[in-house]
Design a protein around this ligand. Structure first.
Ligand SMILES: [Mn+2]
Length: 261
């Protein structure tokens, strides 16, 4: 069986991501895919906060082509920062009443590390690519997603239903529906604590798989530890959830988890 890997939340840190993929044997010294038939999942938040979000996206897209040609695969998922960047581009500073609050994508983008350079380089082709990213995916027994929340279930009872609902919203022009996507993907920490295993089990029972793999919540934040005190993904929630977000933009490691093979 070919190996399965996952990484998450590179947040514009192109050189750190490249180095981590090289260390995992997925990228060669020439910068090209060297993982053969391996699969790599990239669990969202490719841009914002770090210097070169567009560079990260370009790397992921190129590696996806190279991996596919080699019989492997590179599969990015949608994170909340993709929705913020897309929303900023589509709606700008337009104010919208959402769940009784006045919100704008522009303000959220500004407060959450949005970069003008990333926005400036988002052409139609890139926007279409980002807006079509799946929110969740199954790979064998692993259920892949960006955020550690059960809010995915608000969109449907299967991986296909969830992805289709998110994709349909992002293909449309209703800012209130867009904010629903953003709020759901912004939720976190729902698999932690005493109720965590129950929440994780509910998600797995509905969408399939036996273990959730997620990013979005930095291991150090989730477990109240310094980001320089760990160098591996964290299995928790009675083994039902694996957090792979090392917290690269806070000085933590860029983790590449080997999930199987
Ligand atoms: Mn996130």
């Amino acid at each position: 069986m070919s190996a399965t890997f996952a990484t998450s939340d590179p947040h514009g840190h192109l050189s750190e991501l490249t180095a981590a993929l090289r260390a995992a044997g997925l990228v060669g010294d020439d910068g090209r895919w060297s993982g053969g038939e391996a699969r790599l999942w990239v669990l969202g938040d490719l841009l914002d906060r770090g210097p070169d979000g567009l560079g990260v996206i370009a790397l992921v897209r190129r590696l996806a082509d190279e991996a596919a040609a080699a019989g492997g695969g590179v599969h990015p998922l949608l994170g909340n920062h993709e929705v913020i960047a897309l929303g900023k581009r589509r709606f700008g500073d337009e104010e919208v009443v959402h769940r009784g609050m006045v919100r704008s994508f522009g303000a959220i983008w500004s407060r959450n590390g949005g970069l003008e350079t990333d926005q400036a380089g988002m052409d139609e082709d890139l926007v279409a690519w980002m807006a079509a990213l799946p929110a969740v995916a199954r790979d064998g027994e692993h259920l892949m997603m960006h955020s550690d929340t059960t809010a995915y279930l608000d969109w449907g009872d299967s991986v296909e239903e969830v992805n289709e609902a998110v994709r349909a919203t992002l293909a449309d022009d209703d800012p209130v529906a867009w904010f629903d996507v953003l709020v759901r993907l912004g939720q976190r920490h729902e698999y932690a604590g005493s109720a965590g295993p129950l929440a994780a089990r509910r998600l797995l029972r509905t969408l399939g798989g036996t273990r959730i793999v997620h990013g979005h919540s930095i291991i150090g934040d989730l477990f109240d530890e310094p980001v320089d005190s760990y160098d591996e993904p964290r299995l928790y929630a009675e083994g039902l959830a694996l957090d792979i977000d090392g917290g690269i933009y806070e000085g933590g490691p860029c983790l590449v988890a080997r999930l199987s093979g």
